[in-house]
Design a protein around this ligand. Structure first.
Ligand SMILES: NC(=O)c1ccc[n+]([C@@H]2O[C@H](COP(=O)([O-])OP(=O)(O)OC[C@H]3O[C@@H](n4cnc5c(N)ncnc54)[C@H](OP(=O)(O)O)[C@@H]3O)[C@@H](O)[C@H]2O)c1
Length: 281
């Protein structure tokens, strides 16, 4: 069985994690929460030590017909699956969208602490609704919470390099989480620029691509299909492998609620693309 260390390790600040992690946004659409819990446990059993979440990943309508008290939030599913958490696990969350004020941001942090059942969050990404513009006021709120000991490390999501540099002058930025895929290439220049600063790049929608929240499809570019056939893997695995080849600072967090897809995604970390294949993609 291929494990999450197949793609090697990367750094989130001073913490070392396997480059193949797990995104929890696809856990909540499933009606059967017991499958979601199994997927999270299987990820950790396969060596995943970096899980991405958010307190706003909640089942449609916020309610699932699964009985009184059943978890509906990805954060609660993760807590149910893994608490007390393994020491080596980095649980990354995000706050910010819809936060108008400093009080909103603080409330988001406290909601994450409560739902995950921890006294300190490992990593909080400030999720920007718009690329560009000043983030200093909002980032200072999180830097203060970090200084108070409620957050270990900080990152950004949906950010430009200028915003990374603005934030880094306030507190260390350990990662940037932006949408990026073989067919979503806005950040080609950002990845090496972050590497030069010792900052991890954590792409989301690596598999979903331009379909974004709508999820994966079977509609793939011919080069992706051909290279998948050569390696005896699926086109989705090639999409994921491609992101991992974009730099040593790239950490993958593929999202799935499907146990088979979880194993395939972890196995994608073992796919080695040639220079010709990368050029074709
Ligand atoms: N910072 C942000 O603003 C932000 C935004 C979006 C997401 N994220 C994070 O990034 C993670 C990744 O993003 P994502 O989950 O939206 O997209 P993704 O990882 O690119 O793709 C997920 C989609 O692909 C399917 N899938 C996964 N593995 C597959 C496989 N091996 N074969 C075929 N289909 C597969 C999933 O469905 P199944 O469930 O059926 O497998 C789902 O439809 C999220 O889970 C979340 O933690 C962050």
């Amino acid at each position: 069985m291929i494990r999450a260390d197949a793609a090697g390790v990367g750094k989130l600040g001073d913490r070392v994690v396997n480059r193949l992690g797990f995104g929890s946004m696809r856990l909540t659409p499933r009606a059967d929460t017991s499958v979601a819990i199994k997927v999270v446990r299987a990820a950790v059993e396969l060596g995943v030590d970096h899980i991405d979440t958010a307190a706003f990943y909640v089942s449609p309508g916020g309610v699932l017909d699964v009985g009184e008290g059943a978890p509906r939030y990805a954060t609660e599913l993760i807590r149910e699956a893994l608490h007390p958490y393994p020491r080596e696990l980095v649980l990354a969350t995000k706050v910010g969208p819809w936060a108008e004020t400093a009080d909103d941001l603080r409330a988001h942090v406290h909601e994450n602490l409560r739902r995950l059942g921890v006294e300190r969050l490992d990593l909080v990404n400030l999720r920007l609704t718009r690329r560009g513009g000043s983030l200093a006021e909002r980032f200072r709120v999180l830097a203060d919470l970090r200084a108070e000991g409620l957050i270990r490390d900080l990152g950004l999501s949906n950010a430009t390099l200028d915003q990374v540099d603005e934030a880094s002058a306030i507190a260390p930025v350990v990662c940037v989480q932006n949408s990026y895929a073989v067919d979503l290439r806005r950040d080609d220049d950002l990845v090496p620029a972050l590497a030069a600063r010792g900052i991890a790049f954590v792409p989301f929608f690596a598999i979903a691509g331009p379909r974004r929240e709508d999820g994966a499809s079977d509609d793939h570019d011919e080069a992706v299909r051909r290279i998948a056939r050569t390696h005896g893997v699926t086109p989705h695995q090639i999409r994921l492998a491609w992101t991992l080849h974009q730099g040593p600072n790239v950490l993958a967090v593929p999202g799935t609620g499907d146990p088979r897809h979880l194993r395939e995604n972890i196995a994608a970390g073992a796919v080695r693309l040639t220079a010709d294949e990368l050029a074709a993609l």
